[in-house]
Structure formats: structure tokens, C-alpha cells
Ligand binder design. Structure first.
Ligand SMILES: [Zn+2]
Ligand SMILES: [Zn+2]
Length: 103
């Protein structure tokens, strides 16, 4: 079956409304809306930043389709993954509370 990108499952580049850091946001195709750091990490570097409330995401990018975030399943998704991984965005400590609604 030919792969047809679904525009709803696209990771959209933007900036965090609180700290203005570059982020990737994806609303569809995942259990919840994900806001991840736009910085591309190696799977190994991303795995080291993972915490119970901070997940890593596999960034699927191709010339012919928009970027997409895919859940990294521990145990199935090895560090040998050749793609870039990103990590849930977290505002730096000391960022003022929400200014306006999030997204
Ligand atoms: Zn991956
Ligand atoms: Zn932020």
C-alpha cells in the first residue's frame, strides 16, 4: 500500500509560547498532543534524557513527506535506530508561568 502522508499527523515547527524555544508539535496520531524540542538528538542522547514524564520521540523525516513523530517503544525501539530522536519540551527552570493559553 503506498504511503500517503496524513496532514493531521504532521509535526509542525513552532516556538514554545512560554520560553520561545523552537519546538515541534503534533496533535494527531499520538495518545496526546506532543510538544517536543526541535533539536535533533541521537537515540542514545534522547534515551538518557527520558524521565517518567518526559518521553523521547522518533522523528520520521523524508524528502517527500512532512516530519512526523512516532512513539519510541522501549525494548522494541533500539538505540540502533538510524533516525533522529527528539525529547518532550520542557521550559528552562525559572520560566514565568503561562502567558496566554498554550497553543
Ligand atoms: Zn527511532
Ligand atoms: Zn518552553
Amino acid at each position: 500500500m503506498p504511503y500517503r502522508p496524513d496532514p493531521k499527523t504532521t509535526a509542525t515547527p513552532g516556538v514554545c509560547p512560554r520560553c520561545d524555544a523552537p519546538v515541534l508539535q503534533q496533535r494527531e496520531g499520538l495518545p496526546y498532543t506532543v510538544t517536543a524540542d526541535a533539536a535533533r538528538l541521537t537515540p542514545d542522547a534522547a534515551a538518557r534524557l527520558v524521565e517518567p514524564n518526559r518521553l523521547a520521540w522518533c522523528l520520521r523525516e523524508a524528502k517527500w513527506s512532512p516530519p512526523r513523530l512516532v512513539e519510541v517503544l522501549p525494548g522494541f525501539h533500539g538505540l540502533a535506530c538510524g533516525r533522529a530522536h527528539v525529547i518532550d519540551h520542557r521550559c528552562p527552570a525559572g520560566t514565568p508561568a503561562v502567558r496566554g493559553a498554550l497553543w
